[in-house]
Design a protein around this ligand. Structure first.
Ligand code: FAD
Length: 636
């Protein structure tokens, strides 16, 4: 028996994790109108201003830095600029990717297709097996495969990335709205289970035929934690400057003989997962707190010795995957358990693999606070017993924990967050994998383009990468799904059965577009405009059973009045777009240039100046460009 535990996701249990979460989540200002303009004006790029003097540098750093750290940083920056320290690095690269999960390797695989770029992936867990058993729609996987294979990347995802494909996907919504308990709703839409080891191989140099042009690997972790935008603790563990970033990595972080490495990179991409210590969340924009998907998964072999029909596992057809079984008839003999399962619903997700092997996952779609894992496991066991399914061997256990929604990354960060670190999970479904695989293309392209330019501006490269992830239109689409997550969270099991029964009865291109929720994935084009989302919403609501449609209409009104205007901004043209991550160039001219010019003219034409030609006593000049007044006293 193999028990797989999720290591990264539980960081939030540590005091440091909780502190980081609560600090970065503090509310906040209204999202729209004046406040967003104010927000723009306060955006700072600490390192890409033309630093002319030590005085300029001290000023810019002192904006948000405690004195002790700023003076230390100043020394470091100065020496980097002068090129004094370059021999002290243990490694240098163009792009350093932190983490080696699916987001990290997707970006690494694509970026390293550019032969001009030296890409390094750093993670002490690099060799560990991946935990999640990813599932996604076949049409999404095919689109991702095509993007990977197309120029400029030309990375092949081979057939061993997929473990199994089912041509049909089944749902069970019986028990409410006169839907019989045994009734099965079949979607003629194919679903895939990723072979996690196969995908990992395909996204790694060791899995490719030629490893020469791939990324390099350092088996070490970063140790830094962001304290404010572009500043980190412990001091000097991560420092940015105009030419790059210097970061300390630790080999064997959990042992006594840990070794520290100093790595220099032009740009760093943080793919360390949902609870990143480096990517700060945006506290300038009001956001709804995240919800959590919790699931207990078990890969088991089933006792089929007394079964004559081996085409099914209990009610589940082995030729289809079961996306949702929301029935609760296994609690009919236990009113307390039934009440609990009604008010805090879970569903069964079942993937028949081969022969008598099947992967079951009892899942709480989204809840705040999160559902207990033990509750999911108990419900799984009870359901198995009720369905007459007899597991004989437990081969793997999976504890699925996915934060959904919540704030997006803060603007103006030099570290590029990606994957879980950039809050990329679908806010109403938890799907992440297809989004991070597809999104890796535009992000890699933005980084490639930026770094290949002469006189590269690294703040702009980071901003362009963020804009490739969260362009205003994509944020607007996400806001629609955030409302979806909030609505689903407050439904009891009847509400969820009715919701999904209506959802899957609208045309494929509409429901699949909502589930994709990411540019480049098939059918997403139907959700990319406010009009598309509005049309989807109206089409969906008229398909809903009356009580759910009424609840939906009431929820839209209360959400918009009491929570945020983000949904209204998402489905109408009237409220503009969310703030962009685009690079905002700092103004070259400071102060009132006209007034300063006038003063200069007056000084030039001053009577004092004229008399000074005969008997020079004092000259005054204003250096407009540097905004410095220089007064020279000249001895007569
Ligand atoms: C059990 C489970 C099942 C799931 N199933 C699905 C699914 O079926 N479909 C779907 O779309 N999504 C699914 N998800 C969601 C999805 O897997 C995650 O959201 C996704 O893995 C996030 O990818 P990531 O690469 O950003 O982060 P992660 O996969 O969490 O990877 C983070 C990496 O960062 C490394 N790391 C952490 N700290 C450091 C450090 N200090 N320095 C260096 N490296 C560090 C870790 O070792 C790890 O390798 C599932 C999630 C879980 C947990």
């Amino acid at each position: 028996m193999k028990i797989q535990v999720l290591f990264v996701s539980f960081q939030m249990i540590s005091p440091r994790g909780i502190a980081a979460f609560t600090t970065h989540h503090s509310p906040i200002q209204p999202t729209f109108g004046l406040s967003s303009q104010i927000h723009h004006q306060h955006r700072q790029h600490l390192f890409h201003s033309d630093i002319h003097s030590e005085q300029d540098l001290t000023f810019s750093l002192s904006l948000s830095t405690p004195l002790a750290r700023s003076s230390y940083t100043l020394t470091t920056l100065k020496s980097r600029k002068d090129g004094i320290d370059s021999t002290n690095y243990d490694d240098e690269c163009d792009v350093l990717i932190l983490g080696s999960g699916q987001a990290a390797r997707a970006v690494g695989a694509l970026l390293s297709s550019d032969e001009n770029l030296d890409v390094v992936v750093a993670d002490s867990n690099y060799d560990k097996e991946w935990v999640p058993n990813y599932g996604l729609w076949k049409h999404e996987y095919e689109a991702i495969k095509e993007m990977f294979a197309s120029p400029p990347f030309q990375r092949e995802l081979k057939d061993d990335c997929i473990d199994r494909t089912w041509e049909n996907t089944d749902c069970y919504f019986g028990g409410s709205f006169d839907i019989p308990v045994e009734s099965r709703y079949r979607l003629n839409t194919a679903y895939c289970r990723i072979d996690k080891n196969g995908l990992k191989r395909n996204l790694s140099p060791e899995g490719s035929d030629s490893s020469e042009s791939w990324y390099r690997v350092i088996k070490a972790n970063h140790i830094s934690s962001a304290t404010s935008i572009n500043l980190y603790s412990p001091a000097n563990s991560l420092v940015h400057d105009e030419h790059g970033s210097t970061i300390q990595l630790i080999k064997n972080p959990n042992s006594d003989d840990s070794t520290t490495l100093t790595v220099r990179a032009k740009i760093i991409v943080d793919c360390t997962g949902h609870e990143s210590e480096l990517v700060l969340k945006d506290s300038n924009i009001k956001s709804i707190p995240p919800g959590y998907q919790i699931a207990y998964g078990a890969l088991v072999s089933i006792d089929e010795s007394d079964l004559s029909d081996k085409t099914h596992v209990g009610p589940y057809d082995k030729e289809a995957m079961t996306l949702f079984d929301y029935r609760t008839d296994h609690f009919d003999d236990d009113p307390d358990a039934l009440a609990k399962a009604t008010s805090a619903p879970t569903f069964m997700y079942a993937m028949p693999l081969k022969d008598n092997l099947i992967f079951f996952e009892e899942t709480s779609l989204v809840a705040r606070p999160a559902m207990s894992f033990q509750e999911c496991k108990d419900r799984y066991l009870k359901r198995m017993k009720h369905l007459g399914i007899k597991p004989i061997e437990l081969l793997e256990e999976e504890f699925c924990y996915i934060p959904m929604g919540g704030p997006l990354p803060a603007k103006d960060q030099r570290i590029i967050g990606y994957g879980g670190a950039a809050a990329m999970s679908h806010p109403s479904t938890g799907y992440t994998m297809a989004r991070t695989m597809m999104g890796a293309g535009p992000v890699a392209k933005a980084i490639m383009d930026g770094l290949n330019k002469p006189n590269v501006n690294l703040d702009k490269v980071a901003a362009d990468a963020y804009n490739a992830i969260w362009a205003p239109d994509n944020i607007r689409q996400r806001d629609f799904a955030v409302f979806g997550g909030e609505f689903l969270m407050k439904q009891n099991v009847e509400g969820l059965r009715g919701f999904f029964d209506g959802f899957f009865r609208i045309p494929l291109e509409l429901w699949a577009g909502f589930l994709a929720g990411w540019p480049g994935l098939p059918y997403n084009e139907n959700h990319e405009t406010w009009f598309g989302r509005l049309s989807f919403g109206l089409r969906f609501v008229i398909n809903l059973k009356l009580p759910i449609a009424v609840d939906m209409a009431t929820s839209i009104a209360t959400y918009t009045i009491f929570e945020t205007l983000a949904l209204a901004q998402s489905v109408t043209p009237f409220l503009g777009k969310p703030d962009s991550y685009e690079y905002v160039d700092l103004p070259k001219e400071q102060g009132d240039v006209a007034a300063k010019k006038e003063a200069m003219n007056m000084i030039e034409n001053s009577e004092l100046n004229k008399s000074a030609v005969e008997t020079p006593t004092q000259t005054s000049t204003i250096d407009i460009e540097n905004n410095d007044e220089i007064v020279n006293n000249v001895e007569a």
